[in-house]
Design a protein around this ligand. Sequence first.
Ligand SMILES: [Zn+2]
Length: 479
Amino acid sequence: MKRVLKLCGLGCFALLSVILFKTIRYTPPDVAAVDISVPDVDADIVAQKLSQAIQFRTISHPLGAPERPAAFQDFIDWLGVAFPNASRVTERTIVGGFTPLYLWEGSDKSQRPILISGHYDVVPIEGEWSKDPWAGEISQGYVWGRGALDMKGGVVSYMEAIDQLAESGFQPQRDIYVAITQDEEIGGAGGAAAVIAYFEENQIDIDWSLDEGSFVLRDIISSIDNDIASINVAEKGYMTVAITARGMGGHSSLPHRDTAVSNLANAIVQLQEKPVPGGLTDVTESFFDTLGPHMGFAERALFANAWLFRPVIENVLSKANTTDAMLRTTKAPTMLQGSETENVLPQAASVFVNFRLHPRDNEQTILSHIDNQIHQDHVDIEVLSVRAASAVSAHSNDAFSKLSSATRAVFGDVVVVPGLTIGGTDSGRYSTYTENSYRFLPFVFTQEDIALLHGKDERISVENLELAVKYYMVLMRAL
Ligand SMILES: [Zn+2]
């Protein structure tokens, strides 16, 4: 017995030594300091322009609205006035009705062009705002209004960057296409799709694209002190499934024990029993592997020894909905339908379940997950819509390194990581055309800002606008 204890003691000591050794060696890689000069930017001018941009009610209503054409056309006309130098050096084509696509010709035609994109449509107003959402008020260091953050602030920033570079006589090395799309908030069928159609038709071979999809995150991952610039290399897909259970109809005064509704309830419970399989692989692994060395000692010990602690890490990450959504395809029952009358038993009851597809999943893997989970008769599954998850773009190539250098030049000591966009953006479409598409808006984004996206009192700090213009100027000079 003593011998067994002694052996175990030795084993435990050896294991602890390995864990400790790996933890100590698990440090951030040396990254060379960036030696890039950052231009001065007059933040007040940018804030004024964003204030004007917000005043156009370019609302995307899911069903379309009569006011759309006027506000959208007015916004397009305003771009020409607000950014005269950008207008002078670029060639503009309108695609999809209301999407301006600019070409800023580069000096070196042997290089493939890139695309910088954003959208100017916004979601409708909800809730009680403390400011007029359409006035573009500038106060307390912020520009207030719908679209300030998502994403007229981004559009104004990159247009201002072009305007200032053009004014100084700068010409980019390679061709830069700039899109300002009209309907990202309702799926991009008119804007981003038309941009791709234009590229296809004119055989324009885009090297990579840059659009919204993440930020410079501050105080969002509590175990890391540095800001985290998550330059997202993929985005999740979308799939909605109708699950319909059947039962005998009739009068509710004489119900059968099993009804369509109770069958459906069972099916939902079965479906929800287990999450879609997932884990620390692919882009999620790259994300945490890059962040791990920057964490506190306890977390570093876990990530440095993922070979041993992977189940523990996955368990911890799956407990919070934000990190769980990075690990796997999520599923959310959303709409329910049964009888239309309170005293009638429905012959069918249904639920819509919305899945957000992780890049490792597709329609087939999700259908077989549903099949494994729901084991009862009288249930039909119908796929209502699918948009595949994007391909995962490279993060060890020249494009990512340029995006990363510009970020570090402007934002200083940030940790740049390749991440995964949980929602959908125009890049979902761009990634079907370009090999690499990146999702990143160069704004510092805090926990508090999460509620502003599509929420009330949307605003962006004037300081953030200044940083964003600098970022796009540094990036365009480096392309
Ligand atoms: Zn957006």
